[in-house]
Design a protein around this ligand. Structure first.
Ligand SMILES: [Zn+2]
Length: 284
């Protein structure tokens, strides 16, 4: 799924491409992903895009009458910036065509903003001018942005311990910090040398400092890599820099032990059994 670094970079790219431009056409191909009180074309055609805002796992497109399109891409939602004449893919949910006024050179012909979703698990909400976001699941109760935490190490540790959760659940909950999913939860915990099922209350000071440092460093480095590797037309997730996620059977980059995959509720998680020793009573 797109996580904090992905959405941070996407926000900038989408804003650069489309803010200040007007929607000249709206095509809806998969209404199943839309949560709207009126047809998307009626709400958006002729509107000027004023801003793109990143909040946790959501991107919000703000239009000139304060209509907002709020998108939670969940597992597999992807954005494309393509010329309008480009063939629509089967999994494209909707396409917004923007006028070309003010196009910068690399995106001169890139006129459509498209959203597609292979699993259809993502959600697209049309929020009418003046309407509240309180009905959007998980939106209003998000903690601070994972990539720009306003806490120093001490405050992080204090707030983390107050959750009393297992580490992986805590990182991914959204209400403690916002924007972390399966991939970066695994990466951060590997970097911190902590097992995902350790309870946060069992961490000593050194371990808590490692977790805080790993969170900040992993996300900061990921933003740089994604910014560098994401193509102008978007349409993909950059995952080549992952050290542990998806690497089952590969040697750990730190100690050489084979990486294992195990279950975490409905999710898979990846750990190095040596670097990330399990809590007592847990096999791996
Ligand atoms: Zn290791």
């Amino acid at each position: 799924m797109p996580e904090w670094p992905d959405l941070h970079v996407l926000r900038g790219r989408l804003a650069d491409a489309f803010v200040g431009k007007h929607v000249t056409a709206v095509r809806v191909h998969d209404p199943l992903v839309l949560r709207a009180t009126r047809p998307l074309p009626e709400a958006l055609k002729g509107r000027e895009l004023r801003d793109v805002v990143h909040r946790g796992r959501f991107l919000t497109f703000v239009f000139d009458d304060n209509t907002r399109l709020v998108i939670n891409p969940m597992l597999s939602g992807l954005f494309d910036i393509v010329p309008t004449e480009t063939k629509i893919r089967a999994t494209t949910a909707f396409a917004l065509t923007f006028d070309g006024i003010g196009s910068s050179a690399p995106l001169k012909d890139a006129r459509d903003l498209r959203y597609r979703d292979d699993t259809r698990m993502g959600k697209v909400y049309l929020v009418e001018p003046g309407a509240s976001t309180a009905d959007l699941p998980g939106f209003d109760r998000q903690g601070p942005e994972a990539g720009t935490l306003p806490w120093n190490a001490d405050e992080f540790g204090r707030r983390a311990k107050a959750t009393r959760r297992e580490l992986r659940n805590m990182l991914m909950s959204g209400d403690f910090i916002a924007g972390i999913g399966n991939a970066y939860a695994d990466e951060i915990l590997w970097q911190a040398k902590l097992h995902p099922k350790r309870r946060v209350t069992t961490l000593d000071e050194g371990e808590m400092d490692r977790l805080y440092a790993a969170l900040r460093e992993t996300l900061a480095r990921a933003v740089e890599i994604v910014e560098h590797d994401l193509p102008p037309e978007l349409g993909t997730k950059i995952r080549t820099h992952m050290k542990i996620r998806g690497k089952v059977g590969d040697p750990c980059a730190r100690c050489g032990t084979k990486i294992v995959r195990t279950r975490h509720g409905l999710d898979e998680m990846f750990v190095c059994p040596k670097c990330q020793p399990p809590p007592k009573g847990q096999l791996r």
